[in-house]
Design a binder for this molecule. Structure first.
Ligand code: NAI
Length: 481
């Protein structure tokens, strides 16, 4: 029986391996992690991450050919293929701080694989890594190998949180990069055979190692760039009276452009986009390509601009002060159908409002209070380290932040409400009831363009929707970032 081990039981390792186990019943898959609470959660009825359809997949194979364990070394030792799906945070100190990927966790995983292995293995990069990381990993493995053969493959993951299971069942493509040697090609074939259990072979793209590594960074940069493009347009729409939804529709119907990823919003978030672009920028700079680096920097700058522009809009609309005012925050996750808050725009918007002395009452259907408080107290980039290593700022934000368990409670007596995540349940809220319980004038700031602004204005709200013609109230109060 082929044995697969995946190091890192996170948002990628957990769902990816669960689907692999389901589709390949004759392969034994074990997901290992140094975090005991995480592994305990994977073995319990309350999985550590929320992802539609995941629970069902895990329940079908857990205990049969899918296992979760903290015994990292044992399972690496026993396996034929080792996936590495550990954190690759942005460096916060030293050379490349604020841009380069911190490969500490990856390197320690590679050294451990070399230490415990007694048989040849295929080592698969699942984490997103800088181009040519495989070369470094290869060196670590071969210099410590005691004669064992390791083949390194790059198999970046393209799943999107919130639709991970659907994406894993029907990926647009699976990408496998390997060495152009006989042994390298044999390793590529072995991994291709695993995916071929459920992915049509013509959708399995095989490339060299560096193309596979760079393609992942490139794909995320292109996706983020589309969001920043439409968000830059949204600012211009507000200034000119155009409607960004109409503009995006007109642009997206061009088949060369396509309609996806053209929703204006308060900004992109998630664990990957910013981190991967920063990484790309660093690689461009290291290769003496400052113009290419500056091009990608702009994608992040526009995203920061959009988040601050939104928060400034809130403050300027409410007579230029939110001091002591209650602002309800509906949605904290970086997008709907996930409890993931990594790099969520809500963090920047909330921090900005807290700095302006607002009192926040936050509600998200999936994010726990403890997580929200951690996020609002954590230093930049710290979220991407295992939890015990995260630095929490000493000074609390506790007095200015309340976390509620329902949207009506959160909005009661509020002066304004901000929609920061596009959860479906926010679309069907009883806004008349909310209006009646809010201070007047009552403001809605829709960072996701999901509320019916016309209906809300009829109720009596002053409404700001990103990139839409401005309410007359807001026209004279430009939000300059
Ligand atoms: P995560 O933070 O949810 O999971 C990483 C896990 O690795 C943690 O549970 C941590 O305890 C564990 N870990 C770290 N060092 C370890 C070691 N030496 N031995 C055993 N376990 C160790 O991260 P996530 O989101 O799963 O991301 C993993 C990688 O995949 C990152 O490189 C990320 O950029 C990439 N990626 C993430 C996607 C996403 O949507 N979250 C999508 C595609 C790629």
């Amino acid at each position: 029986m082929v044995k697969i081990c995946c190091i890192g039981a996170g948002y990628v390792g957990g769902p990816t391996m669960a689907v692999m186990a389901l589709k390949c019943p004759e392969i034994e898959v074990t997901v290992v992690d140094i975090s005991e609470p995480r592994i305990n959660a994977w073995n319990s009825d309350r999985l550590p991450i929320y992802e539609p359809g995941l629970e069902d997949v895990v329940k079908q194979c857990r205990g049969k050919n899918l296992f979760f364990s903290t015994d990292v070394e044992k399972h690496v030792f026993e396996s034929d293929i080792v996936f590495v799906s550990v954190n690759t945070p942005t460096k916060t100190q030293g050379l490349g701080a604020g841009k380069a990927a911190d490969l500490t966790y990856w390197e320690s995983a590679a050294r451990m694989i070399a230490d415990v292995s007694k048989s040849s293995k295929i080592v698969v990069e699942k984490s997103t890594v800088p181009v040519r990381t495989a070369e470094a990993i290869e060196k670590i493995l071969t210099h410590n190998s005691k004669g064992i053969e390791f083949q390194i493959l790059s198999n970046p993951e393209f799943l999107a949180e919130g639709t991970a299971i659907k994406d894993l069942y029907n990926p647009d493509r699976v990408l496998i990069g390997g060495r152009d040697t006989a042994a390298g090609q044999k390793a590529i074939k072995a991994l291709r055979d695993v995916y071929a259990h459920w992915v049509p072979v013509e959708q399995i793209i095989c490339t060299n190692l560096w193309s596979a590594e760079l393609s992942k960074l490139a794909a995320n940069a292109f996706l983020a760039q589309r969001i920043s493009s439409v968000n830059a347009m949204s600012a211009l729409c507000e200034a000119t009276g155009a409607d960004v939804t109409q503009v995006a529709h007109a642009v997206g119907t061009d088949t060369r452009i396509g309609p996806k990823f053209l929703n204006a919003s308060v900004g992109f978030g998630g664990s990957c986009f910013q981190k991967d672009i920063l990484n790309l920028i660093y690689i461009c700079e290291c290769n003496g390509l400052p113009e290419a680096a500056n091009y990608w920097k702009q994608v992040i700058k526009v995203n920061d601009y959009q988040k601050i522009r939104f928060a400034n809009r809130v403050v300027s609309s409410m007579f230029n002060t939110v001091s002591g005012k209650k602002i309800a925050i509906l949605g904290f996750a970086f997008k709907k159908d996930t409890g993931d808050t990594r790099e969520t725009p809500a963090i920047d918007v909330c921090n900005r409002l807290v700095a302006d002395k607002a009192k926040l009452s936050i509600y998200d259907p999936q994010v726990l209070e403890e997580q929200i408080r951690r996020d609002l107290s954590m230093a930049r980039f710290d979220w991407d380290h295992p939890v015990p290593l995260q630095q929490i700022k000493a000074e609390g934000i506790s007095e200015q932040v309340n976390v509620l368990s329902d949207a009506y409670e959160a909005t009661k007596d509020a002066h304004g409400l901000c929609v920061l995540t596009e959860w479906d349940e926010f679309k069907s809220l009883d806004f008349k009831k909310i209006f009646d319980n809010m201070q007047k004038p009552a403001f809605v700031f829709d960072g996701r363009n999901i509320v019916d602004a016309v209906k809300l204005r009829e109720i009596g709200f002053i409404v700001y929707s990103i990139g839409k013609p401005l309410d007359s109230w807001l026209k004279d109060m430009p939000a300059v970032a």
